[in-house]
Structure formats: C-alpha cells, structure tokens
Write a protein that binds this ligand. Structure first.
Ligand code: BGC
Length: 741
C-alpha cells in the first residue's frame, strides 16, 4: 500500500492515527471533533457528490481544465464524493488534493457503478440469478471488489435489488428477476461479496442497495414511470430484498427515481425514515439517485430546487448525487432557520462514518502496483467462465440434439451476435474491454481447435436487415451439417432508459431465423438477451434453444462448454418467459382470482387469443439428463408460527449423464385473511447426481417464511393449512400439506 502523508493539524492527529480496531466511541468522538470544526459550506460539500471522471473524448485542454476544476473543489473542501473517477493515478491525484491540501484533510469517497464486475465482467445480474447460486455470485462480487477497490473505487452502486415483473423494463437486466425470495438471497450474497469482512481492507467496497424502493414496478415497464403499488406488495415484494440487504449489513442505500403512491422516493419520509431507518434498523448512508432531487420539480412535488433539497434532506437523503441542490440551496435554508443544522450534521456524520469504516482516514490512497496485479487474472477469468456457464438455461432440446459432438461435421455459425464482443458485456460494464471478451465464435474455435470446419455469416444486423445477409446465411446453412444461430438483443437494448414496447426477437433477425430453419438443417438457437423475451415462433420451430443472456468476458467459452457437453446446463429461469409481449406483466406468484384461468372457458381470467400458461415458467430449465421426483414428505405436519417444517423429496437421475438438479420448494396458503399467491418460492437446494443415482433432498422452511402483510402492513403468520410443492420449477411439483397451529 502507498501510505499517504497526512499533513493533519494537531487537533486532528488522533483522527489520522485512528485505527479500525479502535472502539466505536473513539471513532465517533473524532468524527464529532471534525464536525465541530466544519463550516456550513464544508458540511454541505460533504453531502455533495459530483461527476469526477475525465472523459477521453475531450481535447487535452478541456481535460486539463476539467481536472483543475475537480482538484479545486477537493482543495477547497467543498466536495465529499466523486462519482465516475477511476484508476489509481486519477483517484490518487484527486485524493491528494483533499487529504494534503484542504483545510480539514477529509478524504474523498469515490463511487462507481460496478454492477457485475470491473475489468473481469461477469454475466449481467439477471443471468447471475439464473445460476440460483448466491454463494457463487458472492464470489463474483468479491472479484469485483478486489478489482474495483484496486482501481480506486470505495463505493459501488450495487447491488441493484429491485424486483421486476415486467420484462419490458430495460433494467430487468440488473435485477435478480421476478421473485423476491430469490432476490433477497442474491441481495444478501452480493452485499457480503462486495463488502467482505472488513471494509477497510484494500479488497472491499461499500455496497449500495438500490433503488429504494419499488423502482421495478414502473407502470408499463417504462423506465422512471410512476409506481402505484399496494401496501401488501410493497412490503412483501419490494421491501423484502432491502430487508435482506440491511440484515446483511449493507453500508448504503440509494433512493429511487420513481414516486411511490404519490410521493417521490427521493423525499419519502415514510419509506426512508419509518421503514428503512425505523423498522429495518438501517444506520448507514442514503444517497439520492442521479439528479433526482431536482427531478422532484417535474414530479410536481417541489416548486424549486430549494424546496426539493429541503424535502430530501428532511426525509433522510444524506448525499445529493449530481443535482447540486444541497450545496447551492441549503446554506440559505439553514441561515433562514428553515433547516436545523443538526439535520445537516447527522447526514455529514453518516458520510464521515462511511469514510471511517472504509479506512480512508488511515489509508486514503491506492497502490498502483496492486491495481496492475489484480485485473483480469486467470483465476478471475475462470470464475467468470464458471458463472457464465452456470447461468445458461437450456429451454429446449428435441431428440437430444445437444450436446454436439466435438467433430460435428461442418458448423454454420449464423447471426449478428456470433462475434459481438461488446454485446457480451451487457449493461453497466463501464470498465470492461471488448477486446478482452471471448465471443461465441472465439469460444467455438477455442474448443474445436484450428482445424474446425466452421463457417460464419452475420445474416442480419441486430435491428436492421443486412443487404444479401439472409442469402449468404442460407447458402452457408445448406453447405453445413448443423447451424448455430446467435441472435437476440444487443447490449444497448436493455439497461437504464432502454425499455422496449415489444420484447420479440427483432424482425430482421426473425426473418433470418425463419429462412435458416427453412433449410431443414438442425438448428441450435443461442439467445443473447438482457431480459425475458417472447420466443413463441422459435419454441415452435427450432429444435434446441439456449438462453445465454449477456455472459461477460468469458461468454463464448461458457457457451461452448455447454454446446459440446463439457458442462451439463443447470441454469434456471429467474423470470417467466411470456408467449407474447401482450402477456406481460407476468409473474408466477400471482393471485388466483375468483375466476382462475381455464382453457375453453371464456369467462375466466385469461386472454381469448392465448393459452393460459406462459411459454416457459419461472424456475424452468432443462439438463442433458433427466430427473424424477418421488416420495415427497413434510415433517412435522403441524408447527407453530415460530416452528419450522422440513420438506424432503427423493430425486433420481433417470438419464445417462451426471447432472445437477435444482429442487425448488413452493407453498400456497389456500385460505387466509388476505388472498395469497397461487405459488410462492420458499426454498431451493441443489443436488448432483450420477446416472441412476437417487438422493433425498431436504429443505428447511421456518414457518415465519410463510407469513404475509395484512391490510395495515402488519406481518402475520396465520394458523391454517399450507400446501407445499417440491419440483423442478414453479408450474410442477409434488404436493404435501401441513398445518400452522
Ligand atoms: C442510475 C443509478 C446509478 C447512477 C449513477 C443513475 O442514472 O439510476 O442506478 O447508480 O445513475 O451512475
């Protein structure tokens, strides 16, 4: 580590010497001493986050000026945090100005969106959720923290823990899918992964649970749109992932852009105070989303920036991300007596506490040698490959077309995503480099070797036709023995501000798929996607189909591992795949209604032009082997609200290959004082089985997990029957019943 020369004034020597082993009281006293010396301007500076990156796209003169401005603010002590500053050299330069040249020597906090890896880009979070393996994803977040912190980032704006039931929403890519129980497991795992055991170590980043709250419930799946959600759904679904993150010790929370039932999340006292700090007991730092304080004017909730700033800080937002409203507006409000300076002090304290926990008062700098050493190591790449292949979901495999033999004859690799490096990185991969990505083409070559008979044709662009593309692709398909179609979405078709009104495969690619299928050659469709997509045509006509998402730097190797059977697919859908866009919003854990859907019965809850089921249900995914479930049990059959149930089922590998099955446990409370979902995930367990092997899988379910929120948002575990289902996905399972006394 490079140790900074902290030229501290005498009064602050204690602070500089403060070690993390020191008693919390001592740390608090030192922070008190610091706050006591701060001017109001310095305090509001601490509450301010501003863009601190230096664009490569501007001319050297402008770059110089931008840097001078950033340094000027740091020296003046009027900035608490920079967002987007990265790299040891740049962050150390800025940090030096703060800790060596500012009056109070308070270190800067560098924040960044490191969502699914820094240089070693892992699959998008939705794909990571398809592993149903929170422990594995905890490791992926560790790698992100090792690389991110070494590049100067103290604070990552992750995990994104919104729950999304509408795949039109572009940010579904950043979520763990549609289920809050699964989402909560990933929320906790990611927090642990980013933060590690000790935030002050050079391999940990402060995590940020976002976006608080219910951002994923945007009407119509349109980004930033209004959220109008019942208290039950708010508490049971949207708040539950935040509860899990807080319980896992998340150090910060970001408020959301949306309004919740008429009040913007940026200044929602009920959510931020009563729920987050009150009921959940969160005591870390709250940051606004980008510019969202001033957006309260457009929401129709504040007349001007001054009112917006006042509302946000009073509601509990400690740091203003990039609206500048706290710094420009709050001094006057304090002076006029409209805002108690104690509110400002409390926010400053939380920011200084975060800096203290990160060890920045002791070790503000980054070691450039460490930065070089830890990026994209072979070990990190190996983990990225493992996560990517475990995220792949096999949707269809007619007549065991997959896995392919390693000498399959001539392969035609067709489609705009066959060799699309950038598109493998997915949304929020700011520091990933396309040139470091293994594309599908490269992955096939790596597996098959230089003499592979492999033809490539793009066929179409992602969203536009390519002149002669289809003819070329069809010709190649005809000359080949097997076709691999690489189709779907480019990386910029999901993510923030990238909602789609239509979640089909884009038309030019659909035409390509149909033309290639018409050749009669066997086709393996590899879908690249940042969301669940409507795949009805492909499901009806293509014999084998894999969901490969956006798989990160090792995407191509991971897909090749699956295609050629070096890895038996074990991913499961973390979100329902609808038949057509008109079927969304869609989620497996819906209510039954008074007229549950029945085929052939028009006056039931369904569409006249669609089957009642989705195309692929939540939790679905095939393997190269098959599994049988038998002998489901529950014990005890009666338990009290503080007791637990032990579910078990015997799973047998009935195929000819070793494989991993994910046993999923769902429950239904058939009669309750509030209507309950038809199924709700309550546990899952992975089991590896050799061909012919059987194992009894046990899943423990505390009765508290079966409770719900009543009309007044009070949590209840009611007596009565509970039906459990043990099976391979949300639409199947062996039923066993029990009773809560
Ligand atoms: C996004 C956040 C992100 C922030 C900073 C916003 O537009 O909603 O998720 O952390 O920008 O980049």
């Amino acid at each position: 580590m490079v140790h900074g020369r902290l030229a501290v004034p005498l009064l602050l020597l204690g602070l500089a010497a403060m070690s993390r082993a020191e008693a919390p009281q001592a740390a608090a006293a030192r922070i008190d001493a610091l706050i006591a010396q701060m001017t109001l301007e310095e305090k509001l500076g601490q509450l301010t986050q501003q863009w601190g990156g230096l664009s490569q796209d501007i001319n050297p003169g402008a770059r110089q000026q931008a840097l001078a401005d950033l340094l000027g603010m740091a020296r003046a002590g009027v900035i608490g945090s920079y967002l987007g500053a990265t790299g040891a050299e740049h962050t150390n330069t800025l940090q030096r100005a703060a800790v060596e040249e500012s009056r109070l020597k308070i270190p800067l906090l560098f924040g960044n969106d490191i969502i699914h890896g820094y240089r070693t880009v892992f699959p998008i979070p939705l794909a990571e959720a398809a592993t149903w393996n929170p422990t594995l994803i905890e490791q992926a977040c560790r790698v992100a923290a090792v690389e991110g912190r070494a590049a100067g980032t103290h604070w990552t704006f992750a995990p994104m823990i919104d729950v999304c039931r509408d795949p039109r929403w572009g940010r579904v890519a950043e979520t763990a899918g549609e289920d809050h129980f699964l989402g909560a497991q990933f929320a906790a795992a990611r927090v642990r992964g980013f933060q590690g055991d000790n935030l002050a170590s050079p391999n940990a980043m402060l995590a940020c649970g976002k976006h608080f709250v219910a951002y994923g419930a945007a009407e119509g799946g349109r980004d930033y749109n209004t959220v109008d959600v019942s208290p039950q759904t708010l508490h049971e679904v949207h708040l539950s992932t935040f509860r899990a993150a807080v319980d896992a010790g998340v150090g910060s929370i970001m408020s959301a852009f949306n309004e919740i039932n008429g009040i913007p999340a940026t200044a929602h006292p009920h959510m931020l105070q009563t729920m987050l700090r009150g009921q959940m007991g969160f005591n870390g730092l709250v940051v606004s989303d980008w510019g969202s304080i001033n957006e309260m004017i457009a929401h129709g909730y504040a007349a001007d920036s001054g009112q917006a700033a006042l509302q946000a800080i009073r509601a509990g937002v400690d740091m203003d991300m990039c609206s500048g409203a706290y710094r420009s507006q709050l001094a006057e409000r304090v002076t006029r007596g409209e805002l108690d300076v104690k509110v400002v002090d409390a926010a400053v304290r939380r920011i200084l506490e975060a800096k203290q926990r990160l060890g920045l008062f002791d070790n503000p700098y980054i070691d450039p040698a460490l930065e070089k050493r830890v990026m994209l190591t072979a070990e990190h790449r190996a983990l990225a490959r493992d996560v990517a292949r475990r995220s792949i979901v096999l949707l269809k495999n007619e007549n065991g077309l997959l896995p392919l033999k390693k000498q399959p004859g001539k392969i035609a690799l067709i489609g705009p995503l066959a060799d699309a490096a950038k598109d493998m990185l997915g949304t929020w991969s700011l520091y990933g480099k396309p040139e470091e990505v293994v594309t599908l083409l490269a992955g096939l070559r790596n597996t098959l070797g230089p003499n592979a008979k492999l033809g490539v044709s793009k066929g179409s662009e992602v969203q536009a036709a390519l002149a002669g593309g289809i003819d070329d692709a069809v010709k190649l398909a005809r000359e080949s023995d097997i076709v691999i179609l690489a189709v779907g979405e480019s990386e910029d078709m999901s993510g923030e501000g990238h909602s789609r009104a239509n979640i089909d495969i884009p038309q030019p690619q659909q035409e390509l798929i149909e033309a290639v299928c018409a050749t009669g050659k066997p086709v393996v469709l590899v879908l690249f996607n940042g969301r669940p997509m409507a795949l009805q045509w492909a499901a009806d006509h293509v014999p084998a189909m894999l969901v490969a998402w956006q798989g990160g730097v090792e995407a191509g190797n991971a897909i090749a591992d699956v295609i050629f059977g070096d890895f038996n697919p074990s991913g499961r859908l973390p979100a329902t795949f609808p038949r057509v866009t008109g079927q969304v919003p869609i989620h497996y854990n819906h209510r039954n209604t008074g007229r549950p859907a029945r085929e052939g019965d028009r006056y039931t809850s369904k569409y006249i032009d669609l089957p009642t089921t989705p195309l692929y249900p939540f939790g679905f995914g095939l393997s190269y082997t098959s599994f049988r479930y038998a002998e489901a049990t529950v014990s005890p059959t009666e338990a009290t609200a503080d007791g637990k149930f032990s579910l078990s089922v015997v799973v047998t590998n009935t195929g000819t290959r070793a494989g991993e099955e994910l046993v999923q446990a769902y429950y239904r409370d058939p009669v309750a004082s509030m209507t309950r979902p038809v199924r709700q995930l309550c546990g899952f367990e992975r089991v590896s089985l050799a061909p012919g092997e059987s194992k009894r899988v046990v899943i423990e379910i505390p009765a508290q997990r079966l409770g719900f929120y009543d009309w007044d948002a009070k949590f209840l575990v009611e007596p009565g029957v509970i039906q459990f289902f043990l099976g391979p996905h949300s639409a199947e399972g062996l039923q066993v019943d029990a009773q809560i006394k």
